[in-house]
Design a binder for this molecule. Sequence first.
Ligand code: ADP
Ligand code: MG
Length: 458
Amino acid sequence: MGINDEMNASPEGIWQECLQLIRGRVPDQTFETWFKPIEPVGLDKEKLTVQVPSHFFYEWIENHYKELMNSVLQQVSGNGLKLAYSVVYSEDNPPGPPAPAVSAEPGFIHRQQLESYLNDRYTFDNFVEGDNNEFARAAALAIAEAPGGTSFNPLVIYGGVGLGKTHLAQAIGNKSLQDRTAKRVLYTSSEKFTLEFINSIKNNKTTEFSEHYRNVDLLMVDDVQFFQKKESTQEQFFHTFNALYQAGKQIVLTSDRAPKELSGMEERLLSRFQAGLIADIQPPDLETRIAILQHKAQEDGIEISYDIIEFLAANITSNVRDLEGALIRLLAFSSLSNTDITVDLAKRVLREIIDKNFSSSVSIEDIQRVTTEIMGVGESDLIGKGRKKEVALARQIAMYLCREMTGSSLKTIGLHFGGRDHSTVVHACKVIEDKIQKDADLQQQLNSIKHKIEISQF
Ligand code: ADP
Ligand code: MG
């Protein structure tokens, strides 16, 4: 049933239907851990309100299952119903930052609650300092204390994934609002900026768009590498940048690579980026990884021995996001099985993380599902015969990932794609290899599909 028939709609009814759909789309364990505890508590014309046990829980859902939740809700309600969260607070679980109301449209957050688009979980207080990030952190702090008042304009923070760029950029925003060193603070990603710009053209609202971005004291733009090759967006951003810069307003940018390595970027924009201060973040060393894990465990109230922390820190070296992931997984395991966190449990969790990195647990179906989700084509198209450009590209990407991420033979992969020949798979892999050499956007898209597949293994 849809809830167009409003007489019969209840929060429980709708949520039960959502649950049924979710159950088929996530592993049982995930379902039990993250979806069972959610309680539907309210429904009006616009939104379904669900209650979650903690802020931590809310964030986990938001970070990992937002798209799933939204798509399921759309499927069930069929009428643009949005999702809002309410968090239960108790003595054990004092209120952290408030959970913002979140809508079913990606990227939209109720304005009165989060007009800066900041998440107050990201602060300097909970950013663990190490040799790897000391300089970036100090620069960020100096800016938060006097936005626009230092020679660090713009500040560009760059480094690999999961090393704390977003955290630092957001911490600047949060601190300057808290200390009232800036009044109008705006955080955005280059993707969001691009989308809004395109929409503003479509809707004849470019003036409003410009005003929105030029009317701030502190602007943070995350992941500017996505501006690569988007000429008119770069042009627009260039003007925004200049307007702010000339008015003495602060700009903070993050990037996954050094500004000079950004290809497909206008020279004049690059030289603007390089005119301020550039600070990199490196992967954390062992000591810092231990400190981060200790900090996180304490923050989440997890009892965990030093041995285990050291064990995890010694074995997970890539980035902070993976460290966090390990801890969360450990917590989920132990609470599910009602056992203490032991070294054995830690080993098991670690094994899965290592396997995940070797990708032996990824299935062809996982890859097909995530690829269709992200590329916006139907699952049946992927295995079908259609030759539409987007479909063909999605199909080739999926094949390429199957080759890269699963141990399956070419023949097996071909079979999973509507019984195609192994030479078709070889061809697809070649095509994609060539394309990603030349097309940074495609490379990026591929990475986000991969990332999502990896997360879905959790
Ligand atoms: P990036 O934007 O560089 O990909 P994030 O800022 O999203 O990375 O960081 C990934 C996760 O790791 C976040 O949850 C963040 O809070 C955490 N994190 C990163 N660096 C630190 C640090 N030095 N101390 C504490 N947490 C960190
Ligand atoms: Mg980031």
